[in-house]
Every structure is written in structure tokens, then in C-alpha cells.
Design a protein around this ligand. Sequence first.
Ligand code: DX5
Ligand code: ZN
Length: 240
Amino acid sequence: MSRTRGNPWPGLSADVLVAPSLLAADFARLGEQIDAAIAAGADVLHMDIMDGHFVPNLSMGPGIAASVRAYTDHPLDVHVMVTDPAYYIERFADAGVDSITFHIEATDRPRQLVDRLHELGLGAGVTMRPGTPTEAITEVADVVDLVLVMTVEPGYGGQAFMDDMLDKVAAVRAMLGDERRVEVDGGIDTETGQRCATRGADVFVAGVNIFRSEDIRAAVGRLRQATRDGRRQCGAAGSG
Ligand code: DX5
Ligand code: ZN
């Protein structure tokens, strides 16, 4: 099955999107784990890129992204936690990924990065650390395809969800309106995912709660159902 590569967001119209984070996959069985996530109904695959500078951890580089690209046509959504996003955008674009989300703290020229991503035909997302105020992304809020609200401190999987990020989810949803996506990442399970959904999130990244569960298919299904219920409540409340 083939898909036109590039910016996946306009073509993904479902009310909620589930994005398993490969960081929690067993890297020795990455292909199998990708197959399982796609068979379970994953809408996009989330890849966390860490450079050991912007965050203290190291994860995957462009070589792994290229291998994953060669393995699947499924949308690849890359979250770059790096000090030099301008440089790495080019490397990951060369690797063939479909969308890149960068940190606002890592650049003085966020608008240029978004323009470059769009020029490359890729989706463009912006994100911020939990301690960074929502206003920091104002300059690009009207041009990005999505805003990712980090619900843990970036750097590691398996951390506890930060409750105080729920107000930020609502603030970002109010800033974006209904057309674009609000993604949450970190400590997402059925309960935290649903709470984020009621505040306006509609893309749900989950690592440990999908890949370390006994049944990947059931985990994706549960997260989709819980977040869909949350979105309905959000709509019912008239807040997006
Ligand atoms: C953390 C990463 C996350 C991570 C989430 O820096 O951005 O994508 O994989 O992992 P869980 O869902 O296990 O908290
Ligand atoms: Zn991530």
C-alpha cells in the first residue's frame, strides 16, 4: 500500500489521532513493533529524536528514521529535542519523514523553520517544555499544522503526566481554533488522555502505555475510545 508522502495532517480527518511513540518499542524488534502498532490502528508513528544537549538523553538519528521510512509508508511524525533544529530538519527531511515538530526554546527564528518545513512539503509542528509559557509560540501559531503540548519534561519515556499542563492544552486549543491539531505527549494513558481530550487535545502520543502493554491492539483501541469520549464532552461543553 502506498501513500503520498509529505505533510500528513490535512489528510488525517478523524476526530482523534493515536500516535504510538517508538521510543518505548523494543529496538531489537522494531519492524515487528511497527507492524503491531499499524495493525492496531495507529494513525501516525511518533519518533523522538534526542541529541544529548537539548535533553540529557540520546535516542535515534536520521539513519534509523531512514530505515523506518524504507520499512513503512505510514506517516512518520518526528519530535526533535535538539539544540539545532535548522540543521536536523534537513537531515530528517532527507531521511524521508513526513512531519517535524521542533522546540520553540531551541530557535530564534521559528517562522523560518516552519516555512522551510512547508517548502520541503512536510508537516510543521511546534512544541515547548512544560515550564515555557504558551505565549512563546504566538509567532508561529497561525502557520503551524499542530502544536504539541509536552505533558512531561522532554527526555525520557515512562514519566508521570503533569496535571498542570491541562490548562495549557485548553489555552493552546483556544489559540489555534478548531482547524489545526493539538497534540499531547508524555504520561498519556486512557485516563490522562481523556482529560486532555476534554480540554481540546486531539492527537495522543503514547509510548509505554502502548508498547509495554500486553496487547498493543487493545491498548490503541482503549486510548482511541477514551479520547474520543473526551472530545465529545469537550464539544458538548462548547469549548472546541
Ligand atoms: C519524551 C518523549 C515522548 C515519550 C512519551 O521526551 O517526547 O514522546 O516517548 O513516552 P510515554 O508515553 O511513555 O510517557
Ligand atoms: Zn515525543
